[in-house]
Design a binder for this molecule. Structure first.
Ligand code: HEM
Length: 277
């Protein structure tokens, strides 16, 4: 039998004056942030699932904003790497709906009242991600109006070119003839489908050897929207199996609202280009 100390295999055991794993990761704060309000056993799952999703969203946003800068600088190899990571994170988030699906309607009903009006609709990071990708909707900033520290970055991002806008602007810099409004406009306005952008993507796909890095970027963007659509679909389906067609705690029509949102397209020209190929 090995002695108890030798089982540690030389690992450092005294952290009285040194930074430990928990110190580095601030685990006191992270693991001290779950505060079920109902005393119901299943509320912990609900809290952990949301918090874990928000942590992954933090990384998604970090990567997306960095990828946007790289695309702006026409440095596409690192951008592709970051977008590949985002797609893997999204795949992980999509998989995680399986855990939440173990929550039955009766279990959720036992603590639903404790949520009050709290809802993912008020997720600041989710709106930042939507804005970073290119969705534009000023009303989505309203739930954060009472928090100047949150509304200011939302407003700033809403006024800036999105990741997709930067990709389109790069097409113009690479010599594709684009309509002026595709390259310079009021970025806070929702973007409309643009035929010249679609034609440019078609040309990229028709001559991949010549436009390899743009082709790779286009596919990374499609991967991303694909994963994002799956997230929306899994969310709506999970919500339907848990609350049916009841209204959401955030006040919307619930599943009907989520299905409507699912119809939104982030990179329309990239999808339409497929029909022309
Ligand atoms: C029992 C589980 C869940 C239920 C019943 C549920 C229900 C809903 C409903 C009904 C809405 C529409 C807004 C409203 O009226 O409340 C919504 C929105 C939202 N939920 Fe969930 N949800 C659940 C889990 C999650 C999880 C785990 C996340 C991950 C962070 C999440 C993130 C969001 C986001 C980001 C929105 C806004 C969607 C948009 O406006 O496009 N939800 N949820």
């Amino acid at each position: 039998m090995p002695s108890d100390t030798s089982r540690a295999d030389g690992a450092r055991l005294d952290f009285a004056g040194a930074m430990s794993y928990g110190d580095y990761l601030h685990l006191d704060a992270v693991l001290g942030a779950q505060h079920p309000r109902s005393g119901d056993h299943n509320e912990m799952l609900f809290i952990v699932q949301h918090q874990a999703s928000e942590l992954w969203m933090k990384l998604v946003l970090h990567e997306l904003l960095a990828a946007r800068s790289r695309v702006r600088e026409a440095d596409l190899a690192p951008a592709a790497k970051m977008l590949a990571r985002v797609a893997r994170i999204m795949a992980q988030l999509n998989q995680s709906w399986d855990v939440l699906s173990t929550l039955t309607p009766s279990e959720y009903s036992s603590f639903r009242a404790s949520l009050g009006s709290a809802s993912g609709f008020q997720s600041w990071q989710y709106r930042m991600i939507e804005f970073a990708l290119g969705a534009r909707s000023a009303v989505m900033m309203e739930p954060h109006r009472h928090r100047p520290d949150l509304v200011a970055p939302l407003e700033a991002l809403h006024r800036e070119p999105s990741l997709y806008d930067e990709a389109v602007r790069l097409l113009a810099r690479r010599g594709f003839a684009l309509a002026p409004q595709a390259v310079e406009r009021d970025w806070s306005e929702a973007r409309a489908f643009d035929e010249t952008v679609c034609e440019a993507w078609v040309r990229v796909y028709r001559d991949t050897t010549r436009h390899w890095d743009l082709y790779e970027l286009a596919e990374k963007l499609v991967d991303l929207e694909d994963a994002f659509r799956q997230w929306r679909f899994r969310h709506a389906t999970t919500v339907e199996r848990i609350i049916g067609f009841k209204r959401g705690t955030g006040g919307t029509s619930g599943v009907q609202y989520l299905r409507r949102v699912q119809e939104g397209v982030l990179f329309p020209e990239l999808w339409r280009a497929r029909t022309a190929l």
